[in-house]
Design a protein around this ligand. Structure first.
Ligand code: NDP
Ligand code: 2IT
Length: 451
């Protein structure tokens, strides 16, 4: 199959502009797996590509809710149940005004291969809404979550589809969603992960994605015979659940994270960012990062309006390692060139698909250690699966046990990705290694399960 054909985009992933990010995600995988496809005709005979890139179903629904002024508001909700060859559909919910079907298809598609890489029995899904949580009261969030679950509950279940958090959805939202599910079904199921600890959430789920990214990076640097992160300057983007826990783990191991960013601007604090302050500003008060300067006037704040065209200020800082942890396509080719020129040795994706195709090519061409999202940020969904296991067996595991299991899983993913790349003649290319290893397991399961 000629994967560069415009036809492929039209026929297989759809022609509308919304599908651009989905096409980007699919195209990367198709390029990576061509050596595997060429080595074994069975994937062709069983039409695995055609079957894998079409979601099992896309559920789209209306959400009507009442704001604090008693105005009726209407949003659109989605759940993309993409593939359940390896286990129940599993993946987060995103609440952000940019959400549309194409973005959720890209995220759900990535989730299939990510979940496969964990080695755990979970399939791929994603959902969410174009609802904007910013500026909403706690009661509005609660009412929206209840209305969302009124529709979503029909399609999920602990052995069917288990949603979790993503951008704009954290423990508060999961708590309201869980409460509504319980009310409607009268069933105390572990039907969502990322729940608050008091009603079945797993210890370490909030930290898991960020910590996992750092564990993966440590292993990758060791395998690639590079210096460790200890004492090294790190650039991090984002200031949400993933970014703050990357920063936390970096500080714990003696690295020096000097940046973070949100949708309005970025902070550069050359002595190392003040994590307790960031948590208070972003996780507790949902405030703008600019307020960091009230406590550290010598730090530098750059608003988005001052960014150079096509560049993000956070990637123009001299650093040993970079951790994009905000959102998709936040790191352009120009940003990649800035990082490379400034001596960056390693890039690990905490967000899903934060680097453009061109940026990734630049990194690979310059032998930068590049950890792609579906491998590097798989720790979050892995600990979600631990939460499912704990709920199913009515048990609770302690923090150290989960941390140990998370670290082991991240190291195993890293080693398998590196080994797969070597086996297929692209040693050091973790993008191809992750795509081939993730795809192969799902594809073989699909073949074994019949059409
Ligand atoms: P949060 O909502 O907690 O934080 C997102 C952060 O990114 C915020 O600082 C937000 O800024 C910033 N951001 C969001 N959209 C944009 C944008 N369009 N431009 C610039 N900045 C933006 O989300 P998470 O930390 O949970 O998720 C971050 C990324 O990690 C996403 O790509 C997500 O898919 C991925 N991910 C999340 C996992 C998880 O367990 N939560 C697991 C694996 C991947 P502001 O505060 O101004 O909104
Ligand atoms: O992108 C992701 O892996 C997540 N948002 C977490 C999914 C999950 O089910 O924990």
């Amino acid at each position: 199959m000629d994967i560069s054909q415009e036809n492929m985009k039209k026929n297989l992933v759809g022609d509308c502009a919304q599908n651009n990010v989905f096409f980007q995600a699919v195209q990367e995988v198709l390029y990576s797996i061509s050596p595997l496809l060429n080595s074994d005709d069975k994937y062709n005979r069983y039409a695995i590509l055609e079957r894998l890139i079409v979601p099992d179903r896309v559920i789209k629904f209306k959400i009507s809710w009442l704001d604090d002024n008693n105005n009726i508001r209407v949003n659109t909700g989605y759940r993309v149940q993409f593939n359940n060859a390896l286990g129940p559909y599993k993946g987060g919910l995103r609440f952000h005004p940019s959400v549309n079907e194409g973005i959720l298809k890209f995220l759900a598609f990535e989730q299939i291969l990510k979940n496969s890489l964990t080695g755990l029995p979970i399939g791929g899904a994603k959902g969410g809404s174009d609802f904007d949580p910013k500026g909403k009261s706690d009661f509005e969030i609660m009412k929206f979550c209840s209305a969302f679950m009124t529709e979503l509950h029909k399609y999920i279940g602990p052995r069917i589809d288990v949603p979790a958090g993503d951008i704009g959805v954290g423990a508060r939202e999961i708590g309201y969603l869980f409460g509504e599910y319980k009310k409607i079904t009268s069933s105390y199921d572990g039907v969502l992960t990322g729940k608050p600890y008091m009603f079945g959430g797993s210890l370490m789920r909030p930290e898991a994605t960020g910590y996992g990214v750092v564990y993966f990076t440590q292993k990758m640097l060791e395998l690639e015979k590079k210096e460790s992160l200890v004492g090294k300057i790190c650039a991090v983007s984002g200031a949400g659940k993933v970014a703050l826990h990357v920063i936390e783990k970096l500080l714990q191991i003696g690295a020096i994270p000097v940046t973070c960013s949100d949708s309005r601007g970025m902070i550069y604090d050359r002595r190392g960012v003040d994590l307790p302050l960031l948590k208070e500003l972003k996780l507790q008060n949902r405030a703008s990062l600019e307020r960091y300067l009230e406590f550290h006037p010598d730090a530098k704040y750059t608003p988005v309006s001052d960014y150079e065209d096509g560049e993000r200020a956070v990637w123009n800082i001299q650093c040993y390692a970079a951790f994009p942890c905000a959102t998709q396509n936040e790191l352009s080719e120009a940003d990649a060139k800035n990082l490379i020129t400034n001596g960056c040795v390693s890039v690990s994706e905490g967000a899903n698909m934060p680097s453009t195709h061109e940026a990734i090519d630049s990194f690979l061409n310059h032998n930068i250690c590049f950890a792609p999202a579906k491998a590097a940020n798989a720790g979050g969904v892995a600990v979600s699966e631990f939460e499912m296991s704990q709920n199913a067996s009515m048990q609770r595991w302690d923090f150290d046990k989960i941390d140990e299991k998370l670290k082991l899983i991240m190291e195993q993913i890293c080693k398998r990705v590196a080994l797969t790349a070597k086996d297929y003649g692209v040693e050091g290319n973790y993008v191809d290694g992750a795509n081939i290893a993730g795809f192969k397991k799902v594809a073989d399961a699909m073949i074994a399960e019949g059409i």
